[in-house]
Design a protein around this ligand. Sequence first.
Ligand code: PMP
Length: 340
Amino acid sequence: MDLRANVIEAIGQTPLIKLKHASDATGCAIYGKAEFMNPGGSVKDRAALSIIEDAIRRGALKPGGLIVEGTAGNTGIGLALVANALGFGTVIVIPDTQSQEKKDLLRLQGAELIEVPAVPYSDPNNYVKLSGRLAEKLAKQHPAGAIWANQFDNIANRQGHIDTTGPEIWDQTNGAIDGFVCAVGTGGTLAGVGMALKARNSNVKIAIADPFGAALYSFYTKGELSSSGSSITEGIGQGRITANLQDAPVDCAYQISDEEALPIVFDLAEHEGLLLGGSSGINVAGAIRLAKDLGPGHTIVTILCDSGARYQSKLFNLEFLRSKNLPQPEWLQRKVSVSA
Ligand code: PMP
């Protein structure tokens, strides 16, 4: 019997899936942690649950209270589902550049959605800063109060990964893991899993896969935050050292272009039945780079963050890809003819 008291108990304990092509190409065993199988469809369910549980424990979040957050989408989806299950409300500030699919999902979950122009973090009207100010206002106005989830600088986020994702990966590999690699949005996953694995074996290599347009590759290789280029991937690409990233045990860094990541996403869908979002492509590309650096015979784990179904209008839209001069999935262009 495997019964859960509520949806929250269905968060986590996701399988590790062997990635065949990546493994065959490198002589390593490369596994993806299937975070798209969480009830909210992404790795961010874990952070959302950890942040809400921490706020309840501290007495900051009271029955019927509001949870306010600035999010590219997945954290909001996770917060909304945990909030709905526990009787809280959700207010989400989202940059208008994020996919329609994620915005629609948030609305379906009953979250109040505030779309704002996408401006850099240095701008006072950046969505993260706006959500912080809104939370302060609502904390005073709403009868049951409000909290700011503050996923970037609230280390309850990475604690969720120290407590769950990292130990799960360790147990699932029986401790026979040589490397872990993933991209960074808040840094909760990288820092949390990295810390949990290093505490069990300090020789496990922890690597960051950074998209173009983010500043962390330059930080971890040269000690300075600087960026160039851009990426169509969503939910990742950080320009600063968030509180969650502080003291993250990062051994090496890879910079991954969309041109490198997208063919991997398309190949995983066509040949391995894994329809994933763009950040998973950056992650698997990073795992392949780490495998090549470590050499054959090693075991490497990365994160399959969310599903490609969340990005039909961009990542799997031929017109969009052509307009950006990006690789296009061959199977989407193929005309299938079936005769009776
Ligand atoms: N991939 C996707 C699709 C995401 O939404 C996020 C979270 N923003 C990440 C990766 C990165 O996770 P983290 O915030 O733990 O760094």
